[in-house]
Design a protein around this ligand. Structure first.
Ligand code: KG4
Ligand code: ZN
Length: 348
């Protein structure tokens, strides 16, 4: 894209990552992250107040680092984009307030964007323009959604979502049962590589009436309970828990359901492209099974590299740049942080 394409800085603070990305048009120039994940590990989950304070401390240095990496100054920016929701209220507020201050002082437009749409848009800087429509499977610590995306800047439709735990939440909870640190997804992924899929754990909402009624919805809470019970029974028997086998079997159940429903949604909606995003998209088995099943169904699969799947600022900058390129109206400076912003509201 030419050098007169819009230069956009994106800020992400919805959870525990302070992300600042800089994109020119559809080209990624910088993606800097300061994570407070280590500060939460001993609590077994993200502590909102700790996250907010860490965002506050990391914001200015992370913006400065992003500008240095991109080789641009703040005065070169054409727009500022920020995650306005969904996420932790206090954490979002730090990002939104910072973005407002930047936009106001630089005299450039501000775009408050949806975190989930940003997870979809980030693939533009990796694999080029999104096919329209795209089907997106978003799987993170807070969300599991199947989305039909005719236009990522203003038309995102929900086909289904989890009715209980998010996929990443299930990974984190099962990891805890297996004695692994938080966040557990990467640890299960690693342990599963040396394990066998030896245990038959339940696949929620995939058969009979459940499948009819909850066609594109997910449920992982029954699976998590089944794994916990199996491990508890094993421990009670005095036999060692085969951690790698449990990890592999649990992971297989999650990945089987996610890919099965995603490919079915592509088929039933006549969509030839599937994009996977969110932290769980970093999972190696999910990537492999999605590739196999998409190839068999004649669906083109797009998955950003793992570093762009977990929360980052590049995804916000990528969506902000699309907003500018497509001439969307900027957000008002009174823009609120909305912790429960619906997935269908791309911009606030
Ligand atoms: O998108 P993300 O960084 O933050 C949220 O918006 O939630 O996703 C974090 C989630 C965590 O639950 C983490 O355990 C999971 O993504 N995750 C993984 C892997 N890497 C991160 N889950 C399974 N396998 C992985 N390799
Ligand atoms: Zn996320």
């Amino acid at each position: 894209m030419s050098s007169d394409a819009p230069l956009v800085l994106g800020i992400e603070t919805s959870c525990d990552e302070t992300g600042v990305g800089i994109v020119r048009g559809e080209t990624l120039l910088a993606d800097e992250i300061a994570s407070s994940v280590d500060e939460h590990a001993r609590f077994g989950g993200v502590v909102p107040e700790v996250a907010s304070r860490a965002h506050l401390e990391a914001m200015v240095p992370t913006i400065e680092r992003a500008c240095r990496t991109a080789g641009v100054g703040l005065r070169d920016l054409d727009a500022v984009a920020v995650t306005s929701g969904p996420g932790l209220a206090g954490a979002l507020m730090v990002g939104v307030a910072s973005a407002k201050a930047l936009a106001l002082s630089l005299g450039v437009p501000l775009y408050g964007v949806n975190h989930l749409a940003s997870h979809v848009a980030v693939d533009i800087v990796e694999h080029g323009p999104l096919p329209e429509p795209t089907l997106a499977l978003l799987v993170s610590g807070g969300h599991s959604s199947l989305l039909l995306v005719p236009d990522v800047t203003h038309d995102v439709r929900s086909l289904g979502s989890t009715i209980d735990d998010a996929a990443g939440e299930a990974f984190d909870k099962v990891a805890r049962v297996l004695g692994m640190p938080f966040p557990g997804g990467p640890h299960i992924d690693r342990a599963a590589r040396s394990g066998e899929v030896a245990l038959d754990f339940p696949r929620g909402l995939t058969t009979g009436r459940d499948m009819q009624r909850y066609r594109f919805d997910f449920s992982f809470s029954g699976l998590k309970t089944a794994v916990s019970r199996w491990v508890a029974a094993r421990e009670a028997s005095g036999e060692p828990v085969p951690v790698a086998d449990v990890a592999a079997s649990f992971q297989e159940a999650v990945v089987d359901v996610l890919t099965r429903k995603a490919v079915l949604a592509c088929r039933e909606h006549g969509v030839g492209h599937l994009q996977i995003g969110g932290g769980v998209a970093a999972n190696s088995r999910l990537r492999a099974m999605a590739a196999e099943r998409c190839a068999a169904a004649g669906v083109e699969l797009r998955v950003p590299r793992p570093g762009l799947c977990t929360d980052n600022g590049a995804m916000v900058a990528a969506l902000g740049a699309q907003m500018v390129l497509r001439g969307r109206t900027a957000s008002d400076l009174s823009l609120p942080a909305d912790s429960s912003l619906p997935v269908t509201v791309v911009q606030s």
